[in-house]
Write a protein that binds this ligand. Structure first.
Ligand code: HEC
Length: 282
């Protein structure tokens, strides 16, 4: 609900949604991509799409090779004692290890949504128009939310405004979506309202707490926009450090959101994002 302007910085193409999804896991990029990620592939959606596969095949080859090598080692002096059963156990153990690695990498790159992060400057003219619509919808949602929140806080204080937020936020999002012909919502990696879960295409960037605007190209000509929301002084009433939140507000939050994860923020910290999904132009 903050109003600070959003910058239209050029995004580093290197930060594809896939690599940001994996940043936390600290998987070397070569392992994820099989070392095949070229600069072209990073910006070309067709190539990027084809990248889903190589890491699986590279790892399977490793897996087979290791299994084969374990078989040979098994017959070396000293190891040979255990005979076939031991050899088999070794092969199984090593294979399992690699399988685990494969699954790990799979979890990191998997769940392919068909959406790709794309640098703003590389958007086609029709996509630029979609983006303009996304920005207009974002501005509308932010200003309406802020207006209602401000009025509610003036009328009934922060504790009362929680209820307004709870009931009005989804309605406002729905109204803006209809008026602008988009899908729109707010989300965060630390949710207060579980219904504000991020759409799948934005999930990795939300989790990576991306602090500037990010554009996404969808599989069927849709365009996605993810826009950061930072903590302004007003937000601290309901998202600030627990001990600084008014006890009445704290009690109300606990009652309404027993699973609340959205407190403990400081000024200027990233609180979450607005996401917008614009369908293809007809
Ligand atoms: C009066 C209390 C209150 C204030 C002030 C407030 N919020 Fe919230 N916020 C809520 C409540 C309640 C929700 C959950 C309901 C909803 O709005 O969807 C929420 C949800 C959110 C969400 C959606 C993600 C989630 O955790 O569910 C974001 C993002 C957010 N707030 C950001 C902000 C920002 C940025 C500000 C300051 C401009 C702010 N809020 C001010 C009470 C508040």
């Amino acid at each position: 609900m903050s109003q600070e302007g959003s910058s239209t910085k050029m995004h580093r193409a290197r930060e594809s949604s896939r690599s940001s999804a994996c940043r936390d896991l600290e998987v070397p990029p070569d392992l994820i991509t099989g070392g095949r990620e070229g600069s072209k592939a990073e910006t070309n959606p067709t190539l990027a799409k084809a990248q889903g596969e190589p890491q699986a095949s590279v790892l399977s080859i490793f897996l087979l090779e290791l299994a084969a090598r374990a078989g040979t080692l098994g017959s070396a002096p000293g190891v040979a004692k255990g005979g076939a059963a031991m050899r088999e156990a070794r092969v199984r153990k090593m294979a399992l290890g690699w399988l685990g690695g494969l699954l790990w990498v799979g979890a990191c790159t998997g769940g392919d949504t068909g959406w790709r992060e794309v640098a703003t400057a590389e958007l086609a003219p029709s996509e630029q128009r979609q983006r303009e619509r996304a920005l207009a919808a974002r501005d509308a949602l932010k200003s309406r939310l802020l207006a209602e929140l401000g009025a509610a806080m003036e009328r009934s204080g922060a504790a009362g405004a929680i209820e307004v937020c709870r009931q009005r936020a989804p309605i406002l999002a729905e109204e803006v979506a209809k008026q602008h012909g988009v899908r729109i919502g707010r989300t965060s990696e630390k949710l207060r309202q579980p219904q504000n879960a991020s759409p799948e295409w934005a999930l990795a960037a939300v989790r990576a707490k991306r602090g500037s605007e990010v554009d996404f190209r969808g599989p069927d000509g849709a365009l996605g926009l993810l826009d950061p929301l930072r903590i302004a002084p007003l937000c601290l009433f309901c998202h600030g450090a627990e001990e600084q939140i008014d006890p009445l507000v704290r009690a109300k939050l606990r009652e309404r959101y027993p699973e609340d994860r959205a407190t403990g923020y400081a000024l200027e910290q990233l609180r979450g994002h607005v996401w917008v999904e614009v369908p293809p132009e007809r």
